[in-house]
Write a protein that binds this ligand. Structure first.
Ligand code: PEP
Length: 254
């Protein structure tokens, strides 16, 4: 675990206007300042908030991420945003393949893979989300689902590149539901993901990849989840919208 950087990332989803974004980040900054040099703290915000977030966090240890990126460099893709557009703003991270994108916007492992490759090529660090549906867990095929996602989502990603990839294990049944995977359940799958990475690359490479848990992580359950040997951080939805709660999770990782 000491080989890896702990990363706590907020995923704001479709929340916050620019003034609200500024207010939340101004509240978060001083709270998490002590995490500097110890863990990475990221706010993944809607596209319209990126510039505000970058200006507001300048000079602080809070980094900024986007919530999606398109895979083509430019062209006739109405409504999409390219990786170069993000890097030009100063964005460092990007969430790719969030379950809400997969569920509501037709995201597939193929497009997740294309977005991941495009992000890496542009110098963005992708936070690639994987996770099983409730019925897949009930049918006892969680490992099959995860193995398939890791294989397809990281297709053609080299060992050198994967060091800049963060994997977020987000069981779909735990996202925004208040249902959290138990620390044991989350650890089991995060360890399985690392084993898949070791198989695809090698153990040293797998040991260097940050794997987050996400799914109703909050101020009350974060410490226990983050104490697990293969859980290197969290991707936080609801609880990232309150500075105090987000900070409690950050402090649990410091
Ligand atoms: C998420 O959106 O990635 C997430 C984990 O949401 P929540 O924390 O609200 O379950």
């Amino acid at each position: 675990k000491s080989l890896r950087k702990a990363i706590i990332a907020g995923n704001w989803k479709m929340n916050k206007t620019r003034p609200e974004a500024k207010e939340l980040l101004e509240a978060i900054k001083p709270l998490v300042a002590n995490a500097e040099g110890k863990i990475e703290v990221i706010a993944c915000v809607p596209f319209t908030n990126l510039e505000t977030a970058i200006n507001t966090t300048a000079g602080s240890n809070v980094k900024v991420g986007a919530e999606n990126v398109h895979f083509e460099k430019s062209g006739a893709f109405t409504g999409e945003i390219s990786a170069d557009m993000l890097t030009e703003l100063g964005v460092e991270y990007v969430v790719i393949g969030h379950s809400e994108r997969r569920q509501y916007f037709g995201e597939t492992d193929e497009t997740v893979n294309k977005r991941t490759l495009a992000a890496l090529e542009a110098g963005l660090k992708p936070i690639v989300c994987v996770g099983e549906l409730k019925w897949e867990r009930q049918c006892n095929i969680t490992e099959e689902v995860i193995a398939r996602q890791i294989k397809l989502d990281l297709w053609d990603v080299t060992a050198e590149q994967v060091k800049n990839v963060v994997i977020a294990y987000e069981p779909v049944w735990a996202i925004g539901t208040g249902l959290t995977a138990t620390p044991d359940q989350a650890q089991e799958v995060c360890a399985f993901i690392r084993a898949q990475l070791a198989k695809k690359y090698d153990q040293a490479t797998a040991d260097a990849v940050t794997i987050q848990y996400g799914g109703s992580m909050n101020a009350g359950n974060a410490a226990e989840l983050l104490a697990q040997p293969d859980i290197d951080g969290g991707l936080i939805g609801g609880a990232s919208l309150k500075a105090a709660d987000f900070n409690t999770i950050v402090q649990a990782a410091v």
